[in-house]
Design a protein around this ligand. Sequence first.
Ligand code: SF4
Length: 353
Amino acid sequence: MEPLQDKQDIFGLTLEKLQETLRPFAAPAYRAKQIAEWLYKRGAVSFADMTNLPKKLRLELTDALCIGRPKTKDRLDSADGHTTKFLLEFADGTAVETVLMRQPYGNSICVSTQAGCNMGCAFCASTLHGMARNLTAGEILAQAIAINDMLRTEEHGEKVDTVVIMGSGEPLMNYDNVLGFIRLLHEDYVLGLSYRNITLSTSGIVPQMHKLAEEGIPISLSVSLHAPNQELRSELMPINRKYPLKDVIEAARHYAEVTKRRVTYEYILIDQVNDGEEQARELVALLRGQLASVNLIPINPVAERHLLRPSAARIEWFAKYLTAHHLNVTVRREMGTDIQAACGQLRNKHLAD
Ligand code: SF4
């Protein structure tokens, strides 16, 4: 990788910004479009790769600019071949996890928005070492493009079909970069993804949830709920003390109303913690009548946290109870437990090495 210090990194720039950046090079306007396609669709890692640019321009660009692409520090493939987890490292040594899930409906990727996280959720490995820093829009996009390039070249022209913003970090605490990333993903010169194929998951940052509803980008919103009452949720998710459950539900309701999109509530099932009859009853009361669905996620045990997965019978009972009370329920298919697919686990392993 080229040194990034003195040169402007152009990976992650919009077409308009690329045009501005190219102005001093006296290149015609269509060169920016060509460069964008090389960056985002054709896997270029250097200007030398951009063979339809004049050689003189390639040399000038190499002298002044650089292309910040991460390198793959680790890669784990699940035994069933469905899930691949990447640890990607940026030029400053910051590493983040990105996961590819080959689903029946297409290739879905889960990107990180911060290196680590400081939200402190009790069940999550990403927060164990706090947060190193926010990622830029380009760094978040670089995760998607790295996997898209890999799919195209190694898996017979496959591509990324859906993106979930659910890796390490709280995306709404890195709002501008995450919005920049979402807008880029949607551009034809990047992946041209429909907003409907992008899901953002939040722990419930209420003011930014309201702001997101007004952006005019109808992405799917997913809210990490994990408990049906204020007290238990505050125990599991400290952010709930700042933004109480009732305000989070209200903000999610507002999002559904404005965007007409069904909100998904993520509910990690933890043995003896939130999987009892009382919690099931409270959950039904909390979400009754909402344009919403509940995604039950049997916990991927996190050794450091001593939290266990309920039995299969308990998981089934919980799902049936919600369904019988007219909630729309799914139970997340297990993917990649053999490769530490729960967010943060691979990165922590490297931090400990
Ligand atoms: S679950 Fe999400 S918000 Fe909570 S600590 Fe983990 S990465 Fe952060």
